[in-house]
Design a protein around this ligand. Structure first.
Ligand code: UDP
Length: 332
């Protein structure tokens, strides 16, 4: 693939920063644009950092004029489901309106290709498992709706103005860079694997298990955990598949499901820690099973997960947590 200059909006965040590393490793130049509200300046290591907001057309325009990107990857988003219910307007402003602003800036500066960070939350509670891209999308919270709307708008804009767009619908992103250069730092942390590992590290007294009475083999929810390094490589591969005037969407997952009990058992084995569990009621809006059919990404851009065995995901996340205990500790 020829070398491209890629504007990575939200590139100081968890998946964005791993993608910048993958872009640089493939010979591309990532230019990060981030408001640093949830992203971290320390995670920007492979190119310049431009400070700005996804809704600021003048600032985006200035950055595009100076850096002349060939393509954009958009990670700039709010991503807490619970918060999206409490403050839906903020979610639509950032995740949906932000996409409009970004694509307006692209048109002003003749940037022809965009990859959007989307989510399996756009499917809601799916009618069938595994979930393929043609499974009807019925998001059940404002976060999922903000992403589905962003996809719909992107599709119309790509068609109308000849942009090439790809939306990547992630399942459960987890793990950390295996070189220890990057990892997860969310405040607050709400995701299962880092919380289980915080309990293993003694940073929390226990891990809550939300629901033990689902119709699954062990009664706990099943998810498809995908290593963040595999997500990163999919973005690099997708860039080369953006075609003028076309929009397409791809699932990114492993096709294998792991239950909460599986995750905890695996974390116990890897960390050697007991990990205290606390049974709790079901969390509102949790589908019992979410597993991807990601065969379309494999067929279309030859992508397949190479790092996403659950053991490997948890091993890398644990290595990151043990080195950066203070950074990931809850309560700050
Ligand atoms: N979960 C849990 N305890 C926690 C956090 C999450 O039991 O402290 C469960 C959650 O209810 C879901 C699964 O773990 O069934 C994965 O949740 P996560 O928030 O990591 O990702 P989601 O699938 O919601 O995007």
């Amino acid at each position: 693939m020829e070398t491209v200059r890629v504007l990575v909006t939200g590139g100081a965040g968890y998946i964005g920063s791993h993608t910048c590393k993958a872009l640089a490793a493939a010979g591309h130049t990532p230019i990060v644009y981030d408001n640093l509200r949830t992203g971290h300046a320390w995670a920007v290591k492979w190119g310049p950092l431009e400070h700005g907001d996804i809704n600021d057309l003048a600032s985006l325009s200035d950055v595009m004029r100076r850096h002349r990107p060939d393509a954009v990857i958009n990670f700039a988003a709010l991503a807490y489901v619970g918060e999206s219910v409490a403050r839906p307007d903020f979610y639509y402003q950032t995740n949906t309106a932000g996409m409009i602003t970004l694509m307006q800036a692209m048109r002003l500066h003749d940037v022809g290709a965009i990859v959007l960070s989307s989510s399996c939350a756009t499917y809601g509670i799916p009618a069938r498992i595994p979930i393929a891209e043609d499974t009807p999308q019925g998001p059940i919270n404002p976060y999922g709706r903000s992403k589905r709307m962003a996809e719909e708008i992107m599709s119309d804009v790509c068609f109308a103005y000849g942009l090439g767009g790809i939306a990547l619908r992630y399942f459960n992103a987890a793990g950390a860079d295996s070189d220890g250069e990057l990892g997860e730092e969310h405040h607050p942390e709400t995701h299962l694997i880092p919380l289980v590992l915080q309990a293993a590290a003694g940073l929390r007294p226990h891990i809550s298990i939300f629901g033990g009475d689902y119709d699954t083999p062990d009664g706990t929810c099943i998810r498809d955990y995908i290593h963040v390094t595999d997500l990163a490589s999919a973005h690099v591969a997708a860039l080369s598949k953006c075609r003028s005037g076309e929009f397409s969407a791809y699932n990114l997952g492993t096709g294998r499901g792991s239950s909460i009990a599986d995750v905890i058992a695996c974390a116990r084995a890897i960390t050697g820690k007991a990990i205290v569990t606390q049974p709790e009621g079901r969390r509102l809006g949790d589908p019992p099973v979410l597993v991807a059919d990601a065969s379309l990404a494999r067929k279309t851009f030859g992508w397949s997960p190479a790092h996403s065995d659950l053991e490997n995901v948890i091993k890398d996340a644990w290595a990151w947590m043990t080195i950066h205990r203070a950074r990931v500790a809850p309560g700050d």
